[in-house]
Design a protein around this ligand. Structure first.
Ligand SMILES: [Zn+2]
Length: 114
């Protein structure tokens, strides 16, 4: 399960920060990723709860910033946000489109500590 390794690397980062900045408890975390990155927020939350037990991040709340799917259309020169990926511009039905957002890798944006 790839959520496991994601959470593990986040916990590793937290441990490093905890040593460097000397905090003892994490209150909340903000994580961002693209909507097309195959990450299930619920699975991530569940995995985090289990894996963070006994670490400085135990009991911390997770906040997600999920980046929308955006395609750039070369016919109307616009960026359009989509609910689901399609290789067609919903406005002009043009097919000369480029995926411009939604595949962002997971990133730890903020850590709120005590
Ligand atoms: Zn278009």
């Amino acid at each position: 399960m790839h959520e496991l390794s994601i959470i593990q690397s986040i916990l590793d980062i937290i441990e490093e920060y905890a040593e460097e900045y000397r905090f003892s408890k994490v209150k909340s975390l903000k994580i961002s990723f693209g909507r097309l990155s195959c990450i299930e927020p619920q699975v991530l939350e569940f995995t985090f709860e289990i894996q963070s037990s006994g670490t400085k991040a135990e009991g911390a709340s997770l906040e997600f910033d999920i980046k929308p799917i955006i395609i750039h259309c070369f016919s109307c020169e616009k960026d359009v946000e989509l609910e689901q990926y399609a290789a067609e511009c919903p406005q002009c039905k043009g097919s000369e489109v480029l995926l411009a957002g939604g595949t962002e890798e997971i990133q730890l944006l903020e850590i709120d500590v005590d």
